[in-house]
Structures are given as C-alpha cells and as structure tokens.
Design a protein around this ligand. Structure first.
Ligand code: DGY
Length: 327
C-alpha cells in the first residue's frame, strides 16, 4: 500500500464539512454511490482495512468481518445496529460505534408529524386541493380524528418513545406503553401506565412503535395483532420496517381492520415505487427521514467519525454498542 495512513472503508459520501479531519488522518476509500454495503470496490481491501464507516442499510455480516484481520472498529452513522453482526464483532474484540441520543428529538418530531398528517388526512387533502377537488367548504370533507383525550400506545418507552410521549401529552392524549422492563420513573413523569402489548393494541387509538429490531421484535405486529386493534386505530412506525409484517399491514389497511398508517420505515427498504402500499390513501410513507435535520445528521456524522478515530487509535469508543469487549 502506497499510503502508510490507516485504511478506512466508507460506504457512502458525506458533505466535506461533516467529515472533520477524516480525510487528512486516514487513507479513505469510498464505496460506489449507487451500491449499499461493502461493494466489490471495497471488499478487495478487507485484508488491510482498520476501520469501517457505514450506514444503517449497509449489511455487515460476520462472514465479511472475519475476512478483515486488521479491523479495529466498525462505526455506523445511526443509533440502530441491526445491520451489523455485533456478536461476531464482540467475539473478535472489535468495538462497534453508533450515535445514540442525538437523534431522539428529531425522530420524535417526525413521529408526531407523521401521526398528525395521517390523523388529519393532510396528504389526501393537499392532493385533492391541487387536483381541483376543493370545490366548496365541505362539512364532511377530509374528516380526521382528535388527539385530545385519545389513547396513545407507545411500544418501547426508550429515549425516542419517551420523547414522543412527552410531545403527545402536550396535545392532551393519554399515554400507555409497553417496555421490556418496568419503568416506574417514566410512568410518573409521563403520567403513563405500563400495560401488556395485547392491552395496548386493544385500547389504543394511536399506536407508535419505538422498539429496536431484534429477533424478538421481527413481525411483532402481525396478523393476530392487527385483529385485536380497534378498526379506528392508526399505526405509526418510525422504528424499523420489519417490526411490522408488511403483508399483514397491507391486508389490515385494505380491509378496514385499522383506519390508517404512517410509516417512516418499511420492509423492504426502500419500498419499490410500485408497491401496493403506495396505492392506499390511508397509508402515508416517508423515506426513513426520522433523523433528517441538518443539525442532527451532521452531529451523527461527527459522532461516527469520533468513534472511528477512537477505535483506530485503540482508545475506548465514546459511543460503544459492545463495551464489554473492554473488560
Ligand atoms: C437510526 O439512526 O437508527 C435511525 O433509524 C436513523 O434515522
């Protein structure tokens, strides 16, 4: 290798002012703009690579990571790490960095924006107005539902779920939630009640998903779960697409098992433009933009680079998913 600086593989292009001094410190090889993951351009460097900088839709399976004997760190510009084989990294002693905390508020804002847009039919109303269907003030046109006094069920009361609960409490909604473990302080700060998933699904007017994607949460919302929801329920998913079974969701929306859905994440992702979910008026889909504010995305990039640098220098990552490797 001509350059003696540590080799970093970066699966994507970032604006220059989001990259700090990355390009000065390391020999950075970037992936092809239209490819996800370690494309063939990057894979050929696996035997030399010391750091990998990736995004949430770049699959990093164990069999690839094992082919990188010099790898000192994997750093993702995301809080979710379901694309990375973290247990293999841990076994190999490779720290995995992510970007927790910084995207909490942005993602909570987007969740509430989606919820309001769906419950007040903003998308359909705006489309109809543009297409000349706004002929008079229609007393029964584009009717939505109230948030005040409604029941919002939050599935997964972590940082983002809590931030969503705080915002919706301000709209006068009653909050209930599920969580892996009992959370007494959060119950009191939100005046919210912890319930079983079944109870939450049966009683909520709005259901907001904020759980990470794990083996336990894949298809958490499937046929059976849609069957017990109210026909007036609105489902919002700003967590991970596979938490909801897409075919079951499509059926539930088409058959009126639930009223509507707002999805910032889908399975598959990206959702092909000819997917039947795009044909439904009661489904609003945005392209995984929960954290997409200028400030948040820049901070995420800088955090990911901080993690990468620490890993290559052999110091503990500031935001580490598997800190047990340091024990
Ligand atoms: C994450 O970082 O995991 C989010 O989904 C990005 O918006």
């Amino acid at each position: 290798m001509k350059n003696s600086k540590p080799l970093v593989l970066m699966t994507y292009e970032l604006p220059e002012n989001w990259m700090g001094d990355l390009l000065n410190q390391f020999n950075v090889i970037k992936g092809l703009p239209d490819q996800r993951g370690l494309d063939k351009n990057l894979i050929i460097h696996l035997d030399q690579v010391e750091g990998i900088l990736c995004l949430l839709d770049d699959p990093l399976p164990g069999n690839l990571l094992k082919k990188a004997p010099k790898l000192k760190v994997v750093s993702t510009m995301a809080v979710g790490v379901d694309n990375i084989d973290v247990s293999t990294c841990t076994r190999l002693g490779i720290p995995v960095g992510h970007t927790p905390g910084v995207l909490t508020e942005g993602t909570a804002d987007l969740t509430v924006a989606l919820l309001l847009a769906v419950c007040r039919q903003l998308f359909t109303a705006s489309k109809d107005a543009r297409q000349g269907h706004w002929t008079n003030w229609d007393p029964t046109g584009w009717l939505g539902v109230d948030l005040k006094n409604s029941t919002v069920g939050i599935v997964g009361l972590g940082k983002i779920g809590t931030a969503v609960g705080e915002r919706l409490k301000g709209f006068g909604a009653n909050i209930i939630f599920t969580n892996r473990s009992p959370l007494p302080e959060k119950i009191s700060s939100l005046n919210a009640k912890q319930v079983s998933l079944d109870e939450l699904l049966k009683t909520s007017d709005f259901i907001c998903l904020h759980t990470p994607l794990t083996e336990k949460t894949i298809n958490l919302i499937d046929e059976k779960e849609f069957q017990i929801m109210k026909p007036s329920a609105i489902l919002i998913n700003a967590a991970r697409g596979p938490v909801v079974n897409t075919s079951a969701l499509l059926r539930a929306l088409k058959n009126g098992q639930i009223r509507a859905a707002g999805l910032d994440v889908t399975d598959p992702e990206p959702l092909p433009p000819d997917h039947p979910l795009f044909e439904l008026d009661n489904c609003l889909i945005t392209p995984h933009i929960g954290s997409a504010t200028i400030q948040t995305r820049k901070t995420m990039a800088l955090m990911a680079i901080e993690n990468l640098k620490a890993g290559i220098m052999g110091t503990q990552l500031p935001f580490c998913v598997n800190p047990e490797i340091y024990q």
